[in-house]
Structures are given as structure tokens and as C-alpha cells.
Unconditional design. Structure first.
Length: 325
């Protein structure tokens, strides 16, 4: 039961692929599986990874569908994590990811802007401040403080023109297709778990806040907040089913007063930030210390400032393995 409940904690952080600027978008690397994690046992090691696919061609002006500004935005992302139980109450993890592609397809479907590469390196310690178990209930409360360091490019360029003399001219690619936002960010989170072993029923709640820093281009992407509520049960002792209700909020992008975001980076600051509510069903299969899982996000409500690309399809498939040393 403990293994199953900790597995669920691995996969419930919202992946931060969201709109952050009309025709420019982008938050940098998603932290796929990094927020509401519990602690491992003393000297326990966890190796985990997942694959995430994102695609959208839906645009919103506030909460209304609107005309497409480009054909499609999509990405394929691999995420890896290594965690170690330093004590029975304290766990440290190191996490990172690699974009196989981040691609923006123009309306004419011939102009394509894309990138690939590493995103961010994340150090994520967490501490179990309360853990109480009775014959009928199990209660846990975990807090964490993470730090994200960009290791990929945030100022990659795209060829925009080649003159008759063969001279090539470049412009900075929109943040939508950069592997990272280029800032050092701080991650705050809390997690609460309440389990009823005899009823084979578990409830979760988490709150997450990511404080964004400034990057070298004079950009500060909007801070991000998330609240999630979960209910889960297990069938045949190995198949886990979870339903999540997730609310997200993103602040507007800020710019250095000496940087014209629209002229240099095609970012309309008034078309950044917003909020979203989604339902996320999840399923897992556990065999001893090995677990595989899948989840998909279904947005029920989206409100984006100005006009922005919204969320449409988001799928995650992953696995984790735990052992003691």
C-alpha cells in the first residue's frame, strides 16, 4: 500500500506546457512528475521516467474559442528522475528532461519552427512533517522546496531570410519552442494524504507554487500556482485508478523596461497568463517494485488573457522502479 501511494505522488504535478504569449507561448520545460511527491523509506532508491506528448491547435480570447493564429503547437518530451531516502522522513531527488521536439507549424503548414534539447535540472528535497497510522486510517503531510536550473537553450534562433548573396539572417525563436525559459525558479509545495486501507480508498490534496526568475533576455515568465484534489482505489491489488480535479493559475509575463517584447520576441504581454480547470484520469499497474502508468488531461474550462493558444491534448506514459541499498 505504501509503495502504491508513493507511486501516485510521482505523477501528479501539472506539466507546465501552457500558453504564455500570443504566437509565442511557452513556459519552458514541464516538470513532469516533480511536485507532490512523498518521501521514500530510509536508503531506498527510486528510478523513474516518463514520456509526455502535447499538441494543440485551439485558440482562445479569454474563455471563447477564436481564430487560429498558427496551425499547431506540439512537443515530445522525456523526463527522468533519481530519488534517495536520506532518512525515513527526508528524501532528495534530482530530475531533468529532454525535448525530442518542440514544434510550431504556421498556418501555411510550410513554415515550421522547432527545437530540441535538454530543458532544466531540478533539485527537489522534501520532508514528511506528519505521519500517523491507525488500524483504519493513514495520514501524511509532506512539504518541499525545489530549485530549477536551466541547462538548455532559451535564446535559440531561427533562419528568417537568406538574401541573393547567400547571407543568412536569424531571429530569436519564440519562447513556445525554446527547451527552457532560461530562468532559475523556486518550487514550493505541500501535500496531504488520507488513506483508508480497509476500504481500499485514498484521498489526496496538493498545492504548488513556482516562483519564476528573470532570464538573460529580460523576461520573467508568470508565476504558476496549482491546486489538485484526488481520489484513488486499487483493483486486484495491482491496478490503481485515480481521478484528479486540477485548477491552475498563471500570472502575466513581465519584461525589462528597456526590452520591447513585441518587436524583439513577438510577445504581446497583454496576451499572457490565465487560468484553467481540468479533470485528469490516471491508471497504473504495479508488479512488486516496478510500476507503469498512464494519464491524460481533459480541460473543462480555460480563460486566457488576450488571445492565446490553449490546452487540447496531453498524454503521459511512465514507469518507476524502487529498491533499497
Amino acid at each position: 500500500m505504501r509503495l502504491f501511494s508513493f507511486f501516485l505522488l510521482i505523477i501528479i504535478l501539472p506539466s507546465q506546457i501552457y500558453s504564455q504569449g500570443c504566437c509565442s507561448g511557452g513556459s519552458g520545460s514541464p516538470i513532469a512528475g516533480g511536485a507532490s511527491q512523498g518521501v521514500l523509506n530510509y536508503r531506498q532508491v527510486e528510478l523513474g521516467g516518463n514520456y509526455q506528448y502535447f499538441s494543440s491547435d485551439k485558440f482562445f480570447t479569454k474563455n471563447k474559442d477564436t481564430t487560429k493564429l498558427f496551425d499547431n503547437l506540439n512537443s515530445n518530451y522525456l523526463y527522468l528522475r533519481v530519488a534517495y531516502g536520506v532518512t525515513k522522513d527526508f528524501t532528495m531527488s534530482v530530475e531533468s528532461g529532454y525535448f525530442l521536439n518542440k514544434t510550431l507549424v504556421a498556418l501555411n503548414k510550410t513554415d515550421i519552427t522547432k527545437s530540441s534539447g535538454f530543458g532544466d535540472l531540478i533539485f527537489f528535497p522534501r520532508y514528511d512533517v506528519y505521519n500517523h497510522k491507525t488500524d483504519s486510517t493513514k495520514t501524511e503531510f509532506t512539504i518541499g522546496l525545489g530549485y530549477k536550473i536551466p541547462i538548455g537553450k532559451h535564446d535559440d534562433s531561427t533562419v528568417v531570410y537568406t538574401d541573393p548573396m547567400g547571407n543568412t539572417y536569424y531571429s530569436t525563436s519564440p519562447p513556445t519552442v525554446q527547451p527552457t525559459n532560461g530562468s532559475n525558479d523556486i518550487i514550493f509545495y505541500t501535500f496531504f494524504f488520507r488513506g483508508y486501507p480497509k476500504k481500499n480508498l485514498r484521498f489526496f490534496a496538493n498545492a504548488l507554487y513556482i516562483k519564476k526568475g528573470w532570464n538573460s533576455l529580460g523576461q520573467k515568465f508568470g508565476d504558476y500556482a496549482n491546486v489538485g484534489l484526488f481520489a484513488s482505489t486499487t483493483f486486484f491489488r495491482r491496478i490503481g485508478v485515480t481521478i484528479q480535479a486540477k485548477g491552475e493559475w498563471i500570472d502575466k509575463l513581465q519584461a525589462d523596461k528597456n526590452v520591447d517584447m513585441l518587436a524583439f520576441y513577438n510577445i504581446d504581454i497583454n496576451s499572457t497568463g490565465g487560468r484553467k480547470f481540468s479533470i485528469v484520469p490516471q491508471i497504473s499497474f504495479t508488479q512488486k517494485l516496478f510500476t507503469v502508468y498512464a494519464l491524460s488531461e481533459f480541460p473543462l474550462y480555460q480563460y486566457w488573457n488576450g488571445t492565446q493558444v490553449g490546452s487540447q491534448y496531453l498524454f503521459t506514459f511512465g514507469m518507476s522502479y524502487r529498491f533499497s541499498i
